[in-house]
Design a protein around this ligand. Structure first.
Ligand code: PLP
Ligand code: COI
Length: 361
């Protein structure tokens, strides 16, 4: 299905766009266009179009407003040294969107359509891809249930939308280490739940704990397992990695994918890159006691968060109802910074791309 292009006759002027790209923050500014593709049980995916960015008119009884049948993705397009643009691992996001759709009993968007939508929007809004260090064009694909009616059942109609937002650092202080709050009162995901799907409800349910984290002076909440509140899972919008040892003996350990945490594409990429750089990698369970004792004994030298929005952000300080501790000296560790640079160099085209991750537009 070819997307019909209906570009705006009134794009934002170059001077205004340049001003917005100076310091866009995260997810506050949007480009001139969006993609919209519809699905219904009779026609399948149809009426795909690239249209001016703007509001949707939806009936108040539209299913997504009531029962939250919704999924989304997040990926970035990066300006390359020759001025062209490349997107990081869009195929992986297409596949994860389909897995999320399956879990939420929604129509699955074919990967070719996902990739076509990304290519069409980035091409159309190419001038919105920022050029400054640390910036990228964040792409937000999502699918909503659009059947009108209050019956609780999988919707018979969906809309896939793709919007784009030029972004800088997710955390206002950039790569400065963050302080995290171990949540033992609330649970993000339980076995058999929706933890490994990228669905809006997971985030809605996490906000109260994020609020609690902020009240404790923390930047982010760390989720623990539902049964024992003992095993580290992930953060509100990022996966977690632990560095054991230092120098060439360093080992990267990350919580295994138990079905209750999001299988991050950054996480997966870093496990590969860490191997390339000669570090041992391990996916296994890590308890909060192991974290605390590992920091006290010096066995754990660094901890960092990783995700599309956050890239790699070191964790400097941990707080919990049972007390608080520092990770290493509380600063940014060398392994986190090395991995961050290696990843950014591939994404920005400053280093070869041995795994074929970059998708040229
Ligand atoms: N965990 C959660 C809950 C997330 O929302 C994200 C962000 O997408 C991640 C982890 C990291 O995933 P990715 O690296 O694919 O962005
Ligand atoms: C992303 O990193 O793409 C996410 O979806 C996380 C969100 C907190 C912005």
């Amino acid at each position: 299905m070819a997307l019909v292009r209906k570009p705006t006759s009134n794009p934002l002027g170059a001077a205004e766009r340049t001003a917005l790209l100076e310091d866009p923050g995260f997810g506050r500014v949007f480009t001139d266009h969006m993609v919209h593709i519809r699905w219904d049980s009779a026609q399948g995916w149809h009426d795909g179009e690239l249209v001016p960015y703007g509001p949707l008119a939806l009936d108040p009884a539209t299913a997504v407003f009531h029962y939250a049948q919704e999924i989304f993705e997040g990926l970035k397009a990066y300006r390359q040294p020759d001025g062209s643009v490349a997107v990081f691992r869009p195929q992986a996001n297409a596949e994860r969107l389909r897995r999320s759709a399956r879990r939420m009993a929604m129509a699955e968007l074919p990967d070719e359509l996902f990739l076509e939508s990304v290519e069409a929007l980035v091409q159309q809004d190419l001038d919105w891809v920022p050029t400054k260090d640390g910036q990228a064009l964040y792409l937000r694909p999502f699918v909503i249930a659009t059947e009108v009616g209050l019956g609780v059942r999988p919707s018979a109609a969906y809309s896939y939308l793709l919007i784009a937002s030029p972004v800088g650092a997710y955390f206002p202080r950039g790569v400065h280490p963050v302080t995290v709050w171990l949540s033992t009162e609330f649970t993000r995901a339980a076995p058999g739940g929706t933890g490994e799907a990228k669905t809006g409800g997971n985030y809605a349910a996490s906000l109260i704990a994020q609020q609690q984290a902020a009240a404790q002076g923390c930047d982010q909440v760390v989720w623990l397992d539902a049964a024992e509140h003992r095993w580290v899972e992930e953060m509100g919008g990022m996966n977690l990695c632990f560095v054991y040892g230092t120098g060439s003996d360093a080992r990267i350990v990350t919580p295994e994918l138990t079905g209750t945490l999001l299988p991050g594409i950054t996480r997966d990429s870093l496990l590969t890159l860490a191997g390339d750089l000669g570090y041992a990698v391990e996916e296994r369970r890590i308890s909060t006691e192991e974290w605390r004792e590992g920091n006290a004994s010096g066995a754990i030298s660094e901890v960092f968060a990783c995700g599309t929005a956050a890239v790699i952000t070191p964790v400097g300080q941990v707080k919990s109802a049972a007390g608080e501790w520092s990770v290493g000296d509380g600063g940014s560790g060398p392994v986190a910074l090395q991995l961050r640079q290696a990843l950014l160099d591939i994404q920005h085209g400053a280093a070869p791309d041995p795994h074929g991750w970059m998708h040229r537009i």
